[in-house]
Design a protein around this ligand. Structure first.
Ligand SMILES: O=C(O)CCC(=O)C(=O)O
Length: 252
């Protein structure tokens, strides 16, 4: 198996619950992400419902009049769009997933988090496994900045080591489903340049504040899970987007 992480990086991820990974996407990749967003929006008002989510204030509007700045997120892109499906197989992502989870992995979920200026709110403190409900929690996400991500426009904030406490109680409707007892201390903002990624454990506490700038803050999020973990019942129905052959069976 090829390996992208060193033993020290794997140890740091296990201890802290996150790692910064520079240059996961090239400038050309980032431009292609933006082109793909524009192509999706060109389909409106007939964008597949499971590919797009508008900001709450735009959900009941006539979508012939909406534009990219009204979109909260695209999701399930690997199911709908070839570019995002192929990205999931890039060694920097897939081999990192295997370094952390073992040879048999699946792509749990993809999202493009658009965080437009003015109308977007914060994403409340949560653990992703509050949504996924995977046992054991053998799952992590890449959060990859496409625009510069800063404290002012809503970069990721994490609490290092918080994944060691296990899954904590969550409550709230829909997108506001979050930690009942959000953290007050030890909060670390993670500003990133376009193309750079944050790799984070699915039980790490994290949140993003509202975007207080006139520019948007787009980011790509890919979650990988070990294929054999069990999804326990909860309120969020979802299916993994892709399963990958093991490296052994792919080469035989
Ligand atoms: O990018 C964001 O604003 C939040 C991403 C996030 O934490 C999530 O979707 O679980």
């Amino acid at each position: 198996m090829s390996s992208t992480l060193t033993a020290q990086e794997i140890q740091r991820f296990q201890d802290e619950g996150y790692l910064i990974m520079p240059d996961l996407l090239s400038p050309v990749d980032v431009d292609r992400v933006f082109t793909e967003i524009t192509a999706v929006m060109a389909q409106r008002p007939d964008v597949p419902k499971d590919l797009i989510q508008y900001e709450p204030c735009m959900r009941d509007k006539d979508h012939t009049q909406t534009n990219e700045l009204h979109v909260r997120k695209l999701y399930r892109m690997a199911r709908h769009l070839t570019f995002f499906r192929e990205l999931a197989r890039r060694p920097a992502l897939l081999e990192t997933a295997r370094d952390l989870l073992g040879p048999q992995v699946a792509l749990a979920q993809t999202m493009l988090l658009m965080k437009p200026p003015e109308i977007s709110g914060p994403k409340v403190w949560h653990q992703d496994n509050g949504y996924f409900a995977l046992r054991p929690p053998h799952c992590f996400g890449f959060w990859i900045a496409c625009d510069p991500a800063t404290e002012a426009n809503g970069c990721m904030h994490v609490v290092p080591g918080s994944h060691h406490g296990g899954l904590q109680p969550h409550a709230g409707p829909g997108d506001e489903f979050g930690l009942v007892d959000p953290p007050q201390n030890d909060i670390l903002p993670v500003p990133l340049q376009p193309g750079d990624g944050l790799l984070f454990h699915c039980e790490l506490f994290h949140y993003t504040p509202a975007n207080r700038t006139p520019q948007r803050r787009r980011a790509l999020q890919y979650h990988y899970m070990a294929s054999d973990v069990v999804k326990t019942p909860n309120q969020f129905p979802w299916e993994p987007e892709l399963d990958f052959e093991t490296p052994e069976s792919a080469s035989s």
